[in-house]
Design a protein around this ligand. Structure first.
Ligand code: GDP
Ligand code: GDP
Length: 434
């Protein structure tokens, strides 16, 4: 999804505009902790297109010392990350020095910049907005974020400015693998190590978002695509709020991959943020691998790896996810990372023959019957795998609503015992049929 960013000095109405554009379109709004505003990031749908909107004003704490420098940095970061930039100016006040400064930075933008003359609540102000042409940037749109006038035409123009939807080759079914994790866990070190080892057969291809570059390479004679290696290599120049954009990139990488490889810093251990990202990828039914990187830095006693894994699992790590202990620095087990990711990919593609599946389900039911529901026997008659990649199993039973979470988990564990599916989130769906 393209990213559209709102920039401008404080009090010009960025946050009001953000709310207007997202709320008006019944946006799905994400709450992100650690930012100064409640909502700075949401989806906007208009004219059949969807884009992500970010209010960069929310990324600059109002209390920041060097406040103006922080705004400038935020604009720089936007130049690196956004597909379209919305530069908001207050026509009531007119162009200020800080507006001029921001404009100067924006003149370097490669992406389209739309100038918003905000607070154009009436005809007079709308006319006054014409002075914004003097900024020497893109088209000027006079609107009122407060009363909504002018926003429809403006949204049409935003849609117009969005990059063409990249057509990802439909017939390209090479496994897509994404390295994800917090900044500094070693994602780019690992990617560079793996890509460097076979430089000659790596091809870079345009990714699914602006600026993202995927790398096509070979592992054990199989083609794979490493998702968004440009993002991995990119070192943000600005420290502040790197987390925000890295989270955005992570979300996008997960969306477009088959297998997400989550890197953890062995010294820092498994953190709450890691659990959250892993859960997100699991909810999207992606294949999962955890790589504990920087393993060279950990004092190894006999059971270090096992202890690490146990501690991580106590912190809510999904228990069917394989762990691998590696070092991008020394290269220890680095070559195993993609092997394991491919193994998970294959598991996710697996189809279980219906007869084998029913043998296992019948044995499971005999070992432990489903608890009765409202005085009725609950009977599972038949199961079948209705799709793979990701795998979905349908269970036909007399009272699907009577199957409890705990019994679903029991069945899932039995399927895993019998068929593996290591690193693969399974979907069990219960349907009525007696
Ligand atoms: P930000 O700091 O750029 O995010 O600005 P805000 O969205 O917080 O708005 C700053 C002030 O301008 C608030 O008091 C808003 O109510 C006001 N404001 C925002 N948009 C409009 C508008 O279209 N017309 C008028 N008259 N006031 C506006
Ligand atoms: P990214 O932000 O996740 O891409 O992390 P980088 O690849 O830029 O690595 C961050 C820092 O950790 C760099 O200074 C790397 O040299 C260092 N690093 C990465 N992998 C390892 C590792 O396996 N062992 C050690 N000791 N350092 C590492």
């Amino acid at each position: 999804m393209p990213l559209v960013a709102i920039v401008g000095r404080p009090n010009v109405g960025k946050s009001t505009l953000f709310n207007r554009l997202t709320e008006a379109r019944q946006a799905i709004v994400h709450d992100e902790a650690g930012v100064t505003r409640d909502r700075i990031y949401g989806d906007v749908e208009w004219g059949g297109r969807v884009f992500d909107l970010v209010d960069t004003g929310g990324l600059v704490p109002r209390s920041a010392e060097r406040f103006e420098a922080a705004i400038r940095e935020q604009v720089m970061l936007t130049l690196e990350e956004a597909d379209v930039i919305l530069f908001v100016v207050d026509v009531e006040t007119g162009i200020t020095d800080l507006d001029q400064e921001v404009a100067q930075v924006l003149r370097r933008a490669e992406q389209p910049v739309l100038v918003v003359g905000n607070k154009a609540d009436n005809d007079l102000r709308r006319m006054e907005a014409a002075e914004l042409w003097s900024l020497g940037l893109g088209d000027v749109f006079a609107l009122s974020a407060i009363n909504g006038s002018g926003t429809g035409d403006f949204l049409d123009a935003v849609i117009e400015a969005l990059p063409e939807q990249p057509d990802v080759a439909e017939d390209d079914d090479a496994p897509r693998i994404a390295f994800i994790g917090r900044p500094n866990v070693g994602k780019s070190s690992l990617a560079n190590l793996l890509l460097g080892r076979q430089r000659s057969i790596v091809t870079e291809i345009a990714g699914t978002t602006r600026d993202s570059v995927d790398a096509r390479m070979e592992v054990n004679g199989r083609e794979i695509v490493l998702v968004d290696t440009a993002g991995l290599r990119k070192k943000a120049r600005v420290k502040e709020n790197v987390e925000f954009y890295s989270m955005l990139r992570t979300e996008r990488a997960i969306q477009t991959c088959d297998v997400a490889v989550l890197l953890i810093d062995a010294e820092r251990g498994f953190e709450a943020q890691d659990a959250k990202v892993l859960r997100e990828a699991a909810d999207m039914k992606k294949g999962l691998v955890v790589v504990v990187n920087k393993w060279d830095l950990v004092e190894k006693e006999t059971n270090t790896a096992r202890d690490f894994e146990r501690a991580a699992k106590e912190r809510g790590t999904i228990d069917f996810v394989p762990f691998l202990y590696a070092s991008a620095l020394t290269g220890q087990r680095a070559d195993k990372v993609l092997d394991l990711a491919l193994q998970v990919y294959d598991e996710r593609n697996k189809r279980i023959p219906t007869s084998k599946l029913n043998e296992v389900v019948e044995a499971a039911v005999r070992a432990q019957y489903p608890p009765s529901w409202r005085g009725n026997y609950v009977k599972i008659n038949f199961a079948t795998q209705v799709r793979e990649s990701p795998p979905v199993f349908a269970f036909f039973c007399n009272y699907p609503q009577g199957i409890k979470e705990s019994y679903k988990r029991f069945l899932e564990n039995r399927l895993r015992d019998a068929f593996g599916f290591e690193g693969v989130p399974l979907t069990l769906s219960f349907k009525a049929k007696s």
